[in-house]
Each structure stands twice: as structure tokens, then as C-alpha cells.
Design a protein around this ligand. Structure first.
Ligand code: NAD
Length: 382
């Protein structure tokens, strides 16, 4: 069978779903590899590099979609791409099935199978295919680099002949995959880093990376009856939220850089950094809001924009951080795809066995054999 990657057509998307390295690995699984000319250009992979790795370069997207039994993409197929779906074809990409019902209907009608990389269950066996985590890791790193680029001072403290420079203070809100990557990057650059998450169990991870966990203090009479766990209020209680905002309000004037990554799956981003907190920050401070696509954690964030407030605070709501590091993100994403293909190819004979009894494959499959299979049942194993 042939696996192919077209050039991404979404404006500004620089990633590609197959690299020369991943193509070599796919060939070891028995597949022939095809790429649309120029598909890897923006990520630094030339047609010549693909050819040297044994990949056939085709001239048009139409030829690629016609040729490939399996099409690997980054972004969900566009309406124009969906018109090229064929019976028995397998399309693997970020797909967001919950928001793409029409696209699932098109695939169902065409008899095309869909694997949504964003639906890979977050269980240990599937970590090697967890493309959301790969991309969040890059976004967290890049958020700090972007902050540094917009912050007119050092991260690390210095004693120079011209005077003493204090270290920057960085606050990371939300210590999931992106948040932990941001903490690691900020501490390695020498900043004093603080982090907050609604899950107290991440305190140890935060501290092991050299950051300080921002604790909220609760006295017994502030906690709702029976709801307290280890002196911690339930995250969504009004008491907890009020304490969280009060704490942020208290520390806002001291923070030079705030990176927000707070996310509750399936919901709009919680508003955690309010207008008055921005107003309390020093001129030259920077906020990087990784949750911009879901409405932002900061009240003033505008998705895909860099704004400067009247008091001189820079607020960045870019939603394409992984694409800004296209070489790295294409390498990791194409490796996630290659691992998915390994599980889909038990015989290593270039033939897909789409085993719907496999928790990971089942979980990620949105359309199969002319039926919509989203949402999947909960995974059986942890
Ligand atoms: P994750 O689920 O691993 O982490 C989110 C964290 O936020 C969790 O630890 C959760 O406990 C915490 N959280 C939830 N509510 C909170 C609250 N009220 N206060 C503090 N913490 C809270 O998610 P992730 O994979 O790290 O992704 C983080 C964000 O980055 C998401 O919004 C994702 O969409 C975004 N992202 C953005 C880009 C970009 O280019 N802008 C790229 C990749 C990911």
C-alpha cells in the first residue's frame, strides 16, 4: 500500500505529516511513500531529501490523493480535500470530530476511514502516538521563547560592571504538558518561576523542575462541608475560584511574564487573568496566552494577535506555536503518525489491519467502514 502526505493548505501552516526520516521507517513497515512537491519546504525538508529517502514526489495534490491508500495530514481535511476522499482510503490527521460533523458525514458517504490524532486516548501505551502532547510540549517551550523575544530584559539575574540585574519572575498557570514545558524552559533560562494548577498533585512535579508551586491557603471554616480534600477546596467551587483570583491579583504587580495554559477539556478556557490584573502589571511585562484558541485565559487576549495595552503590557494570543517551529513539530508529529502506522500494520507487510478491538485504534477512529464511530467508548485499559 502507498502512504502519502499532501502539502498543508491552511494559511500559515508550515508543518508536514511525513519527513524523510519517518518515510524510511514507514518503508520498513512495507509501505511505499509519496509526497506532494514542496510539502516539506516550509519545515525545511526539500523534495531532494525525500527522494534520497526513497519517497516518490508527485506534482499535484490531486495526484497524491488519487495515488495514496493512506493520506497523512496535519490539519483536518478542508472541504476541497474532502472532495478527493475515496472508498477504502484511510485519512490520518488532527480531525476534532466533535466540531467536524459534516466532514465525518462526507467521509462516511465516500467510504473513507478516518483516524483523528487528537482522539488518541491519553493512556500509557498510546503515549508514543499522543500528538496533542507532542504539540503542547513545543507550544510550552515556544511560549517562553516568544515571551523572551518580547521582554526587554534578561531572564537570568546578573551582576555586571554596569550594575545588578534582577532575574525575571515568570508565572505559569496550568501545569499540564504545555505548562510543564514552559516551566522547564523558563527555569533553564534562569528565571524565578512560579506555577499554579488546580491539581495539587502536580506540586511535586513543578517543584522538581525548579519552580515554586503557588499554594492557596484555606482555613477549615472556608471549605464547604465534606468537600475538602487535604485542606484543598474542590477546584470549581466559588471559594476556590475566589481564592485563586485573589492570589493572582496579589502577585500580578510582581510578575514580569505570565504564561497561561489552563484548559478543561471540552469547555471554553477559564478566565483567570482579569483586566485589572493586566492593569496592575509593570510596563514591559508579557502575557502569553496558550489558551487563545478556546477564548483565552486572559480577559484581554485576542486570538492570533499581539496587543500592547495602554499600560505597556504585551499580550500574545498566537494559536500556531507548533507551526512556528515547523521542523521540530513535523519531526515529532510524523513520528506519532509512524507509531500509529506500526500498530495498524501488525504484519509489517505494508497492509493496514484496522483492528477496532484495539483500544487505541478504536479510540482514535472517527469514521470506519461507512459508519461514524465517534464518540468512542471509554478505553478499557489504563
Ligand atoms: P493539559 O490538559 O495537559 O493541561 C492543562 C492544565 O490546566 C491541567 O494541568 C489542568 O489541571 C490545568 N487547569 C485547568 N483549569 C485550571 C485553572 N482554573 N487554573 C489552573 N490550572 C487549570 O493541556 P496541554 O496539552 O498542556 O494544553 C494546554 C493549552 O495549550 C490548551 O489550551 C491547548 O489548546 C493549548 N495549546 C496551544 C497551542 C498554541 O499554539 N497556542 C498549541 C498547543 C496547545
Amino acid at each position: 500500500m502507498k502512504i502519502g502526505a499532501p502539502k498543508e493548505i491552511e494559511a500559515g501552516e508550515a508543518r508536514v505529516a511525513m519527513t524523510p526520516d519517518s518515510a524510511l521507517q514507514l518503508q520498513k513497515l512495507g509501505y511505499d511513500c509519496v509526497i506532494e512537491t514542496g510539502a516539506g519546504q516550509a519545515a525545511g525538508f526539500t523534495d531532494a531529501a525525500y527522494e534520497a529517502a526513497g519517497v516518490e514526489v508527485v506534482k499535484t495534490a490531486a495526484a497524491l490523493w488519487k495515488d495514496a491508500d493512506i493520506v497523512a495530514k496535519v490539519r483536518p481535511p478542508t472541504t476541497a480535500e474532502a472532495k478527493k476522499f475515496r472508498e477504502g482510503q484511510l485519512v490520518i490527521s488532527f480531525f476534532y470530530p466533535g466540531q467536524n460533523e459534516k466532514l465525518m458525514e462526507t467521509a462516511k458517504a465516500a467510504g473513507t476511514n478516518i483516524i483523528a490524532m487528537d482522539m488518541v486516548p491519553r493512556i500509557s501505551r498510546a503515549q508514543k502516538m499522543d500528538a496533542l502532547s507532542s504539540m503542547a510540549n513545543i507550544a510550552g517551550y515556544r511560549a517562553v521563547i516568544e515571551a523572551g523575544n518580547n521582554f526587554g530584559r534578561f531572564f537570568t539575574g546578573q551582576v555586571t560592571a554596569a550594575g545588578k540585574v534582577p532575574p525575571a519572575k515568570v508565572l505559569v498557570v496550568g501545569a499540564g504538558v504545555a505548562g510543564l514545558a514552559a516551566i522547564g524552559t523558563a527555569t533553564s533560562l534562569g528565571a524565578i518561576t512560579y506555577a499554579f494548577d488546580v491539581r495539587p498533585e502536580v506540586a511535586e512535579q513543578i517543584e522538581s523542575m525548579g519552580a515554586e508551586f503557588v499554594f492557596l491557603e484555606f482555613s477549615a471554616d472556608e471549605l464547604p462541608d465534606g468537600a475538602a480534600t487535604g485542606g484543598y477546596a474542590p477546584p470549581q467551587s466559588p471559594e476556590f475560584q475566589a481564592k485563586q483570583l485573589a492570589k493572582f491579583r496579589e502577585i500580578a504587580p510582581e510578575m514580569d511574564i505570565v504564561i497561561t495554559t489552563a484548559l478543561i477539556p471540552g469547555r471554553p478556557a477559564p478566565k483567570l487573568w482579569t483586566k485589572d490584573m493586566v492593569e496592575a502589571m509593570k510596563p514591559g511585562s508579557v502575557i502569553i496566552d496558550l489558551a487563545a484558541e478556546r477564548g483565552g485565559n486572559c480577559e484581554l487576549t485576542k486570538a492570533d494577535e499581539r496587543i500592547v495595552t495602554d499600560n505597556g503590557v504585551v499580550i500574545i494570543g498566537y494559536t500556531d506555536f507548533p507551526s512556528k517551529m515547523a521542523a521540530q513539530s513535523s519531526t515529532l508529529y510524523s513520528t506519532n503518525i509512524r507509531h500509529m502506522m506500526t500498530d495498524l500494520t501488525p504484519g509489517k507487510d505494508g497492509t493496514v489491519v484496522h483492528n477496532m478491538e484495539d483500544d487505541v485504534i478504536r479510540g482514535a477512529t472517527a469514521v470506519f467502514a461507512g459508519a461514524i464511530t465517534f464518540p468512542p467508548p471509554p478505553p478499557k485499559v489504563a
